[in-house]
Design a protein around this ligand. Structure first.
Ligand code: SAM
Length: 280
């Protein structure tokens, strides 16, 4: 179990190190959009101390840094060194002084008890093999009255994109799903409102709220949509397609995208859940 979890984290680290330079850097920047919305919903205020877990390139981090101002501080942690390096570069570019970023595992936080008023985590919780350990850590490092706010993708997918799963099924070799086997005792429902209430409740959070949002993003053309697909976690699936079949897969994807293209471009709806819990 412990070994399996180490293996999963190694794979995740490799994936995000690979995409760190291009992550959310092209097409509609939806991670940035949802990251900034998360900070608004979390109600981060001037002077506060904020921890951004699984910070990526800082979709929430830089927005939180603006809110806390000079008298506050925002610390970003990510398991992928490439992401942390990207944050360092962006910090220099923006000249911000109230941000720190470091490589750290969300399940082993190296902070004292009761350090932060807020913990943020944009699209990170579903990567944690031992999420209960991580949530326990979040509770430990939050001050009393502190809030944990995070986003996940809603189970409901854009119906106009159902063909994508069918294409993946067609082109992916059949694997035994080891992750399902590993999690079979306790599969957390991070993709439903009920699931998030239950998870936060079991972790001891109070005053729980879950809000959903549907947002349409427009891609200018097929190439932009395709390029974006290679900039985030989806590459773990794409890389499983045998190399000699990738061109055929791409042609079928482009054909489907052309069918759904409108005058302004290709619309793609993202459905997201924002969840909040308080440590009393
Ligand atoms: C989809 S990205 C989201 C990044 C950012 N929060 C955003 O919204 O743009 C997920 C991030 O989680 C990080 N991550 C995954 N497992 C982690 C862990 N155990 N500890 C810390 N970070 C982790 C990945 O390296 C990646 O940067």
């Amino acid at each position: 179990m412990e070994d399996k979890s180490i293996e999963i984290k190694k794979d995740i680290t490799n994936i995000f190190n690979k995409v760190s330079a291009v992550f959310d850097g092209s097409g509609p920047r939806y991670f940035t959009y949802f990251g900034e919305r998360l900070v608004e919903f979390a109600d981060v205020k001037e002077g506060e101390r904020v921890l951004d877990v699984a910070s990526g390139k800082g979709a929430s981090l830089f927005s939180a840094a603006e809110k806390v101002g000079k008298s506050g501080v925002v610390t970003g942690i990510d398991i992928a060194e490439g992401m942390v390096n990207e944050i360092d570069l962006e910090m220099q570019r923006r000249g911000v002084k109230n941000v720190h970023a470091m490589v750290m595992d969300a399940e082993k936080l190296e902070f004292a008890n009761q350090t932060f008023q807020h913990i943020l985590c944009g699209f990170g919780v579903f990567f944690l093999p031992n999420y209960k350990v991580a949530f326990h850590e979040f509770m430990r490092v939050l001050k009393s009255g502190g809030r944990f706010s995070f986003t996940t993708f809603l189970r409901k997918k854009d119906e106009k994109f159902m063909w994508l799963n069918e294409l993946f099924d067609k082109y992916l070799p059949v694997f035994e799903d080891e992750l399902d086997e590993y999690q079979s005792e306790d599969i957390p429902e991070f993709d439903t409102e009920e699931g998030l209430y239950k998870i936060l409740n079991q972790a001891g959070f109070k005053n729980i709220q879950v809000i959903s949002e549907e947002k349409v993003f427009i891609y200018k053309d097929e190439q932009e949509w395709w390029d974006k697909l290679w900039t985030h976690g989806a590459i773990s699936t794409l890389e499983k397609i045998p190399k000699d079949m990738l061109e055929d897969f791409k042609s079928e994807v482009f054909e489907k995208l052309r069918e759904m293209k409108e005058a302004g471009g290709i619309p793609h709806t993202k459905s997201v859940l924002y969840a909040f819990g308080e440590k009393l």
